[in-house]
Design a protein around this ligand. Structure first.
Ligand SMILES: [Zn+2]
Ligand SMILES: [Zn+2]
Length: 336
């Protein structure tokens, strides 16, 4: 599959990702030991493209990669000499899952989110640090979510300064895994596994068996698609934010073998924020999956009589406001 953002090979088959995941970021027998840098202290070492690189497997410890980035940031004059590794930015591994050790990185395996960066310096980082896949500039405070809070608010996105921001998070549950791809500059950064535990709870209770589930604020589709994997008969994904909906459709396509579905219909439009629900894709197979672009407050016009409605709002939004809107759509509302 071609990456819809850059045309490159950013989208791997989930089966391949899952097969390789457990060794992907592990050191080989010849890798250097953890350099044990203090990440909060001034970092005066100068690291270059090959500093700390294993001669056998070619990987490098995360801290060596960040030290290489920091050297370039200091040389550009953007950062002072006494800056620490932690100040360089927020690193996100390209195939995200919880690993119990510091990752050893390979080519284009890290997306870096930074507060102060210029295009020129980002390009210098991309060419001087082969492990970096994309540099994203954070706008606003780190606690502000990317996307739209509701359809009346202005969208908040980060700026993709260099590279391709397509990365994936592995959604791992007791009934299987999915690879959820996302354009990280435009879609909420998710660290919260407790949401997946809630879907597991529904699965264990038998609530997903043959159920019709609406994921009303679906983002890139993580929870709704897990419901399809967990036995739901029909899943309706909806979001008002077009980049999220486009990622959700990409994720149906990327995970089609795991989900046992095929996309039968897909269309696109250029309205960034949805209002009246518009059906943008439908897939069929083990489950039927519909993808709507629209305001959740209007979704009742297209969707009725479902069993469950999942409500997963941004942390700063009161889910109760949405819950009462969904009473007409589904018998049971699940606040995630
Ligand atoms: Zn790409
Ligand atoms: Zn090695």
């Amino acid at each position: 599959m071609k990456c819809p953002a850059c045309g490159g090979d950013c989208i791997l088959k989930p089966e391949k990702v899952l097969d390789e995941l457990y060794s992907m970021y592990a050191p080989c027998g010849s890798c250097e030991l953890d350099p044990m840098y203090n990440k909060s202290a001034p970092f005066y070492e100068r690291l270059h493209t090959d500093s700390g690189r294993c001669r056998k497997c070619g990987k490098r410890h995360l801290d060596s990669v960040i030290g290489n980035v920091l050297t370039i940031l200091k040389d550009s004059g953007l950062f002072p000499d006494d800056a620490s590794l932690r100040e360089a930015g927020t690193p996100l591994i390209v195939f995200g899952y919880q690993i119990p050790y510091p990752p050893r990185l390979f080519r284009k395996s890290l997306v870096l989110i930074m507060d102060s960066i210029t295009k020129e310096t980002a390009d210098a980082v991309m060419s001087g640090v082969p492990e970096i896949k994309a540099v994203i500039k954070r706008t606003g405070s780190p606690s502000r979510s990317i996307g739209i809070l509701d359809t009346d608010s202005k969208p908040h996105t980060y700026e993709l300064v260099s590279g391709c921001d397509m990365r994936c998070d592995v959604a791992s549950s007791v009934f299987g895994e999915l690879c959820i791809y996302k354009n990280q500059a435009k879609v909420h950064i998710e660290f919260n596994n407790t949401k997946i535990r809630k879907i597991e709870g529904l699965y264990i209770n038998g609530d997903l068996d043959n159920a019709v589930v609406v994921d009303g604020l679906c983002g890139p589709g993580t929870l709704g698609l897990l419901c399809a994997l967990g036995g739901a008969r029909k899943v309706i994904l909806n979001d008002a934010w077009l980049p999220a909906v486009q990622n959700a459709i990409l994720n149906i396509r990327a995970n089609s073998d795991l989900l046992g579905v095929k996309i039968e219909f897909e269309t696109d439009h250029d309205k960034l924020i949805g209002d009246e629900p518009v059906l943008l894709a439908r897939a069929n197979g083990n489950s039927e999956i519909l993808v709507y672009h629209g305001d959740i407050r209007e979704l009742g016009k297209a969707v009725k009589d479902c069993d469950l409605c999942l409500i997963d709002t941004f942390p700063s939004v009161d889910p109760a406001d949405h819950a009462c809107l969904c009473r007409d759509i589904a018998k049971k509302i699940v606040i995630i």
